[in-house]
Design a binder for this molecule. Structure first.
Ligand code: GLP
Length: 246
């Protein structure tokens, strides 16, 4: 694999609340230093506590800019499970973020490929991501970069792995309703963030966490690409850390 490998900083917390609080603390510190910071943000169950702690901190996001990692393709924005709706509930409606500063790929753009190009351009125009908060999928995906994704990939349209659709089916009435495609920042986009915070909680994430931190980098486990980034902090609860050797 190309590039140097860097040891990841791993912090383990007694529980989910402590892990979430630490993630918020890091982002609050950044915002205190740089109120107009550019934040890359995730969706999923994992970051809910982080958003709660960020809101509870009372930090101002009035000058911050945000870019979400991904969005389902073809799901109406108003659908309760669109990532836009998720972000409205988790953060947009609970903070002083300005709507024009909140970016999320438009999964209903008439030309999704052009949407991806414009999204990359918007990140660049904002000066790049100061920090990117990530979760990890059971199969090691980051954003919606499924196993086999190229490491220089940019924001693009992707097919979702069946295992990811099954994992996310819990949010929909049936597996059939889960979209088959999404727009996601690419691993190349992710690796350009100046700092990366990866959050994982619960024993079902332990195998992916072990591979991400300890296996040789391989496209079979997309999260192992993070070993090529010099500034990654992994925040775990005890269960997610259970299979780490060190
Ligand atoms: C989703 C998202 C990812 C997220 C992952 C884990 O499919 N696209 O960005 O990190 O799955 O989600 P959860 O935190 O719910 O386990």
């Amino acid at each position: 694999m190309p590039g140097n490998r860097y040891p990841m900083t791993v912090e383990v917390f007694p529980d989910y609340a402590a892990m979430s609080g630490r993630a918020a603390e890091i982002v609050v510190e950044l915002l205190q230093e740089k109120p107009d910071a550019v934040l890359g943000l995730p969706t999923g169950s994992t970051p809910l506590g982080f958003y709660d702690a960020l809101v509870a901190s009372g930090v101002s996001l009035a000058q911050a800019r945000t870019f979400n990692l991904d969005e389902y393709l073809g799901l109406p924005r108003t659908h309760p499970e669109s990532y836009y709706s998720f972000m409205k509930r988790a953060l947009y409606d609970r903070s002083d973020l300005r709507p024009e500063n909140c970016h999320i790929p438009d999964g209903n753009a008439p030309d999704p490929h052009e949407e991806c190009r414009c999204y990359e351009e918007a990140i660049r125009a904002a000066g790049g991501l100061d920090i990117l908060v990530l979760g990890v999928g059971h199969n090691g995906h980051i954003g919606f970069n499924e196993p086999g994704s190229q490491w220089d990939a940019r924001t693009r349209v992707v097919d979702l792995a069946e295992s990811t659709r099954r994992a996310n089916a819990r949010f929909f009435n049936s597996l059939d309703e889960v979209p088959r495609q999404a727009i996601t920042m690419g691993i190349g986009t992710i690796l350009e963030a100046r700092r990366i915070l990866l959050l994982a909680s619960g024993q079902e994430k332990a195998p992916a966490v072990r591979d991400m931190v300890e296996s040789a980098p391989t496209p079979d486990v997309p999260a192992t690409a993070l070993q090529l980034h010099p500034n990654v902090t992994v925040l775990l609860d005890r269960e997610a850390a259970a299979l780490l050797h060190r």
